[in-house]
Structure formats: structure tokens, C-alpha cells
Design a protein around this ligand. Structure first.
Ligand SMILES: NC(=O)c1ccc[n+]([C@@H]2O[C@H](COP(=O)([O-])OP(=O)(O)OC[C@H]3O[C@@H](n4cnc5c(N)ncnc54)[C@H](O)[C@@H]3O)[C@@H](O)[C@H]2O)c1
Length: 260
């Protein structure tokens, strides 16, 4: 364990079986939180939970499809059974199905809506009801820079992330009076499985991004974990309804002609 800043806290992390969710689960555990690793892929969730318990920290795994209310309710109930409460929810579970706008089909549209938007809604609502009773909670949604800017082939995916940003602000307003903060992290590009599948010409996409990222590199899973930790920590007690871009400056950037 690195620190104790989440000591006594219980976190559920959807999409925790790999990628950004896995990095965040490991980080939260190192800060003392008990972590429920939630994923549709049971084997990956169990592997991450085992990785955490091997270090002496507390973790458990839960297979859950976030698009199904009954499974989300069972996941939150399992978290309370295992650890007694739920303080922090981070909703990484997501899919990215990139296609040119004129070629997006109904199935791709619906699937991204179901996982990215409805999944976020269900997890946040079910966890939020519990947090309101506790008079304490942190909900951290996961949007994207693509919910704020356009990108080739990213219209349907970006639409879902824009919806997550709007939902985050509405939830922040309604849950704030009960001691529950709601914020979103908006990652820039990180070379996870999701990203590599969505960008078949990865080298070209990467080079194009690098021209527009002042920090000169793509993100790392740990960059997102650090941001989620910041929003989960007590230092963020008065931050709510905020979208935290974790993007090396991508959103801030316009013309970059190198003339200083
Ligand atoms: N990687 C990036 O560049 C990037 C950029 C911006 C935003 N994001 C967002 O970050 C989140 C995590 O992305 P990642 O790159 O780690 O992806 P990833 O594909 O590596 O991990 C996503 C995880 O979500 C799980 N999942 C998918 N559908 C699910 C469902 N219905 N129920 C439960 N679990 C489900 C998958 O099994 C997987 O373990 C996503 O919401 C993604 O949109 C990623």
C-alpha cells in the first residue's frame, strides 16, 4: 500500500477488468480503499481482484453487465455485503465503435448508448440511492475528449460521451445536497485494447494526436487513475459537476504552428 488517503473507503470500479479501470482499481487499493472490481468479463475482474489481494489489500470481483438493472443492483448489493458500504463509484465500463457518420448502423448506435449512457445511468442511480442514505459518496463518470470535440469516425461514440457529461452535471445538482459529489474524467487517447480496436491505423491516429497534444505523448492508464484518485480523495470534497480533461492539453489546443 502506497498511502492511506482512501483508507476506510469502499470503491466499485466498473470496467475494472482491464485498461483504465484496472489501473484505477490498483491505484485505489494502494491508497487503502477496499475495491470491488466490476466487469462483464468475469475472468479479468477476478484476475485484477487477485492482483490486489496478493498485495495485502482488500478486493473482490463481480461479474456485471452494466446495461442490466438487475445485475447492477446485485453488484451494489454484493459490494455492501463484502465491505459494508459504497463510498466511490467509477464508471469505466464502455465500448467504442467508430464508423464514418454516414455508415453508422442502428446496432452500433444502440450498443454504445446502452453501455456508455444507460450503463452509467444505472450504476450511478443504484449507487447514488445508497450514497444519499449514507449522506456521503463520490461518483466519477468516464466521458472523453470526444464528448467535447469532433473526430473522424467518432460521431456516435462522441455523442454518448457528451450525454455522460450532461448526465454528470444533472446528477451533481441533484445529489449535492446529500453530500454526494459527481464529476467526470474525460480522457484523451490511451493505447488500451479499446483504443487499438477502434483505431486500426493506430500509428497514423497516434501521430495526428501528437500534433495536437502539447504534453507530447498519449495518455497512460496511470494518468487516468491519478485523476480518478484526485476526485475520490477528500481534497476534492468541494468539487462537483466538473469535467476534468486528462488529455495533455488536447482540448485546450487550437492552431499549433510552432512559431513562438
Ligand atoms: N482508451 C482511451 O483512449 C479512452 C479515451 C477516452 C475515454 N475512454 C473511456 O474509458 C473507459 C475505459 O476504456 P479502456 O480504454 O480502458 O477500454 P477497455 O476496452 O480496455 O476496457 C473496458 C472494460 O469495460 C468492460 N465492459 C464493456 N462493456 C461492459 C458492460 N456492458 N458491462 C460491464 N463491463 C463492460 C470490458 O469488459 C472491459 O474490461 C471507456 O468508457 C472509454 O470510452 C477511453
Amino acid at each position: 500500500m502506497d498511502g492511506t488517503r482512501l483508507q476506510g473507503r469502499v470503491a466499485a470500479i466498473t470496467g475494472g477488468g482491464r485498461g483504465l479501470g484496472r489501473a484505477t482499481a490498483l491505484r485505489f487499493a494502494r491508497e487503502g480503499a477496499a475495491v470491488m472490481v466490476v466487469d462483464a468479463d468475469a475472468a479479468n475482474a477476478e484476475a485484477v481482484a487477485a492482483e490486489i489481494t496478493a498485495t495485502g489489500s482488500r478486493a473482490s470481483a463481480c461479474r456485471c453487465d452494466v446495461t442490466r438493472r438487475a445485475e447492477v443492483e446485485a453488484m451494489v448489493a454484493a459490494t455492501v455485503t463484502a465491505f459494508g458500504r459504497l463510498d466511490i463509484l467509477v464508471t469505466y465500463a464502455g465500448v467504442a465503435l467508430f464508423k464514418p457518420f454516414l455508415e453508422v448502423d442502428d446496432a452500433e448506435w444502440d450498443r454504445q448508448m446502452a453501455v456508455n449512457v444507460t450503463g452509467t445511468f444505472l450504476c450511478a442511480q443504484v449507487a447514488g440511492r445508497l450514497m444519499v442514505q449514507q449522506r456521503h459518496g463520490r461518483i466519477i463518470t468516464v466521458s472523453s475528449v470526444m464528448g467535447q470535440r469532433s473526430g473522424d469516425r467518432r460521431s456516435s461514440y462522441g455523442m454518448t460521451k457528451g450525454a455522460v457529461i450532461a448526465l454528470t452535471k444533472h446528477m451533481a445538482a441533484e445529489l449535492g445536497p446529500f453530500g454526494v459529489t459527481v464529476n467526470s474524467i474525460a480522457p484523451g487517447p490511451v493505447q488500451t485494447e479499446l483504443w487499438l480496436r477502434a483505431n486500426p491505423n493506430a500509428a497514423k491516429t497516434r501521430d495526428t494526436y501528437l500534433q495536437n497534444i502539447p504534453m507530447g505523448r498519449l495518455g497512460a492508464p496511470e494518468d487516468m487513475a491519478n485523476a480518478a484518485f484526485l476526485l475520490a480523495s477528500d481534497d476534492a470534497a468541494y468539487i462537483t459537476g466538473h469535467v476534468l480533461n486528462v488529455d495533455g492539453g488536447f482540448i485546450a489546443t487550437g492552431v499549433r504552428d510552432g512559431v513562438y
